[in-house]
Write a protein that binds this ligand. Structure first.
Ligand SMILES: *Cc1c(COP(=O)(O)O)cnc(C)c1O
Length: 366
């Protein structure tokens, strides 16, 4: 992208937004389509915003090929909010099984314990390669209300390359998927999913919007303690306008959806994600200076954590990266090291620049 004027932003979230989207939002900031006010300043019940929200929802449905018997909800509370909102709505106070593959699914498990009888169906804890446990080995309880997994572990860099077919495993429970950090980078097989949720700030837009895509028959079973704003049935009945929705975040998400469509849709995003991540892992694997131990089949295309074998080089690595316009490569505080997040808004050229720097740094210090 020759017209890239800004540094390459590898932030894990909130994260880069396509420059074209930012420019469009900037141009419409003071006056949206001639209505005299900007999107942040207009009523969520006016015809202008209703159109923005309806288009955003229709575009998201189209991009992810969401079947008619699923509802798309625009909520607030983020991924962590959903860690409580999902069990309040779906657990019926009974059993819930969790597949633990990293930090985010562990957090989800801990939160659900406040509302449900929680068990760990499988875990990769204690393994050296963090491989996702094969679904045939999972312990799924016959009475579970749902099974939860995180399809892309943002901190650990672990991604399901396919969602499990629970029915084929003899399990009738719906699958709940936290896809916060890779939504719209690959297709979703809805025949295997009961509910998918994602915060917007990784791959879609600003923080504040949480997307929930839920099978219709799962609505209407919320625990009595569930706040009305978090009751999926209430949100669905009011077309995500029970309370004031995060209007600005929905607007930017809508621009991003249109941008993805113009790029060729989710298939194009997936092809790019494969190209970018393959290039980066190849560079990391080619040098003894860098380490990523995640099993090849479980490596994330979106979040690539890596460590310098000599950790004392970390500060020099990050300073050199900044000088070359490569930003936000410091790893999550819980695991240390480095992390490059390659969301949809990261152009291939940005990853090429990172790979050139990795090679240069390795040649100097290897
Ligand atoms: C970022 C993230 C979350 C948390 O989102 P918040 O908006 O901070 O609540 C949850 N799950 C995953 C997989 C994430 O990457």
């Amino acid at each position: 992208m020759a017209d890239q004027t800004r540094p390459w932003n590898f932030a894990p979230g909130p994260a880069a937004i396509p420059e074209a989207v930012l420019r469009e939002a900037a141009a419409e900031m003071l006056d949206w389509h001639g209505c005299g006010v900007g999107v942040m300043e207009m009523s969520h019940r006016g015809k202008e915003f209703m159109q923005i929200a309806a288009e955003a929802q229709a575009d998201l449905r189209e991009l992810l090929a969401v079947p008619a018997h699923f509802r798309v909800l625009f909520m607030q509370g983020g991924g962590l909010g959903e860690n409580a909102i999902v069990p309040m709505n779906l657990s019926r106070g009974g059993q819930v099984d969790f597949v633990q593959t990293g930090g985010w699914s562990r957090k989800s498990t801990a939160e659900a314990r406040r509302y449900a009888d929680v068990a760990i169906a499988a875990t990769n804890a204690g393994t050296t390669d963090s491989a996702i446990p094969d679904p045939s080995t999972w312990t799924l309880r016959p009475g579970a209300s749902y099974v939860h997994l995180c399809s892309n572990e943002t901190v650990d860099g672990i991604e399901f390359q396919a969602l499990p077919d629970l029915k084929a495993l003899g399990c009738d429970a719906p699958l709940v998927v936290d896809c916060s950090s890779h939504i719209l980078s690959r297709t979703i097989d809805w025949s295997r999913v009961g509910l998918a949720f994602a915060g917007a700030q990784k791959n879609v837009g600003p923080a504040g919007l949480t997307m929930v895509i839920v099978r219709e028959d799962l609505l209407g079973h919320a625990l009595p303690i569930t706040p009305s704003v978090f009751d999926y049935q209430v949100v669905a009945d009011n077309d995500s306008m029970f309370n004031t929705p995060p209007t600005w975040a929905i607007y930017i998400a809508g621009l991003t959806f249109k941008w993805i469509k113009a790029q060729g849709g989710v298939a194009a995003m997936e092809a790019r994600a494969i190209e970018k991540s393959t290039m980066l892992y190849a560079a990391l694997d080619a040098s003894d200076l860098y380490v990523n131990r995640v099993a090849t089949g479980s490596r994330s295309r979106m979040n690539v954590p890596f460590w310098l074998r000599d950790e004392s080089l970390g500060d020099a690595f990050l300073a050199g990266a900044r000088e070359r316009g490569l930003l936000a490569l410091k790893g999550h505080k819980s695991v240390g090291g480095m992390r490059a997040s390659l969301y949809n808004a990261m152009p291939v050229d940005g990853v090429k620049a990172l790979v050139a720097y990795l090679d240069e740094f390795a040649a100097r210090h290897g």
